[in-house]
Design a protein around this ligand. Structure first.
Ligand code: PBG
Length: 328
């Protein structure tokens, strides 16, 4: 009997064979580009902890949106960086506020050619930096926050968002936003719910990206990194409450969670390769320790392989272009 009997290497022997045998593929339509709009900026502002990522001006945001359409990306997720903060994050409800205005700017540029998503959370707008309003004891008040989230959803829908993305991890947020949207006649605006969102050290660079005011942490509302079953609970609740898509975040340290969520979800599943994941790859590549392009592609591929239908990634444009040009 010849030895060995099984030779898996046969399917790896050249690029053509590997291409045929590939079990996961990347396509630009699965990539969602997160972007930041800075109120009052006259030039795009570099984010030092995220090389290549900027806080946009209204004009540069429009150009980035047009580029996303040209590359055939799946969507764009907008974060606003306002000039004024207060205890209740009231700028989030201002129709002319930076986030709502940014949604309008993107829509002016892309219409319905790109799915326009907006972050629905208060942390960018509050002077204390928390994702909700505080009670007298200084704790994040779940139900008082929900009321504002409902109004934010309507404001974002009115500005033209196709999908709103509640990321504050308040209990009941999807149900309240769904109800508010429906009551205001926005039945067609959907919800991409950050369902399993963990309290993570890897959000670090994002704090610079949105000029965060936060001191302390978000451990009373974001999930504990030690918990796996709880992600299933959070996802099932969001599905029951009417989420059109669900999301796991962060991605790379949470691929087991992503797999679990992909198994139970009957709606499309996203994962967010967050700021710190991007920053780690960039930092290692800048030191010559890893091959940047290969790490970019492999990291997003692994997130897809674990079960994400779509991936939010700061690499969306670059990866989308490489895929389009066939250089990967
Ligand atoms: C909350 C929000 C955060 C991110 C997306 N939405 C920050 C947080 O929860 O602390 C992080 C995204 C990233 O790190 O790339 N509005």
């Amino acid at each position: 009997m010849p030895f060995p009997q099984h030779r898996p290497r046969r399917l790896r022997q050249n690029p053509a064979m590997r291409r045929l045998a590939a079990q996961t593929r990347l396509h630009p339509s699965e990539l969602i580009l997160p972007v930041f709009l800075k109120e009052g900026a006259s030039e795009p502002i570099a984010i030092s902890s995220m090389p290549g990522v900027v806080q946009h001006t209204r004009e540069s945001l429009k150009r980035a949106s047009a580029e996303a359409v040209e590359l055939g990306l799946g969507g764009i997720m907008l974060f606003g960086v306002p000039e004024h903060h207060d205890a209740t994050g009231s700028e989030s409800l201002n129709p002319e506020g930076v986030l709502n205005d940014g949604i309008r700017a993107i829509k002016e540029e892309v219409g319905d050619d790109l799915v326009v998503m907006s972050d629905l959370c208060l942390d960018e707008f509050t002077d204390h930096g928390h994702c909700g309003v505080l009670d007298d004891a200084g704790n994040v008040d779940n139900d008082a926050t929900l009321e504002i989230y409902g109004q934010m959803g309507v404001a974002q829908a009115e500005a033209g968002a196709h999908l709103v993305g509640p990321s504050g991890m308040m209990d009941g947020q999807v149900a309240v936003i769904r109800q508010a949207l429906d009551d205001a006649g926005h039945q067609d605006v959907g919800i991409i719910a950050y369902s399993a969102k963990y309290s993570s050290a890897f959000y670090g660079p994002f704090r610079e990206a949105v000029d965060s005011q936060l001191t302390g942490d978000r451990k009373t509302y974001q999930m504990d990194p030690s918990n796996r079953r709880e992600a299933v609970l959070e996802t099932m609740l969001d599905l029951e409450e009417g989420a059109d898509m669900v999301m796991v975040k962060p991605a790379m340290s949470y691929l087991d969670i992503l797999r679990d969520v992909a198994e139970i979800s009957d709606v499309p599943v996203s994962a967010y390769q967050i700021s710190g994941e991007y920053a780690m790859i960039e930092a290692a590549a800048a030191n010559g320790w890893i091959n940047r392009d290969a790490a970019m592609a492999e990291s997003v591929l692994s997130i897809r392989r674990a079960g994400a239908d779509t991936v939010l990634t700061y690499y969306a444009v670059e990866l989308g272009r490489a895929l389009k040009e066939g250089s990967l």
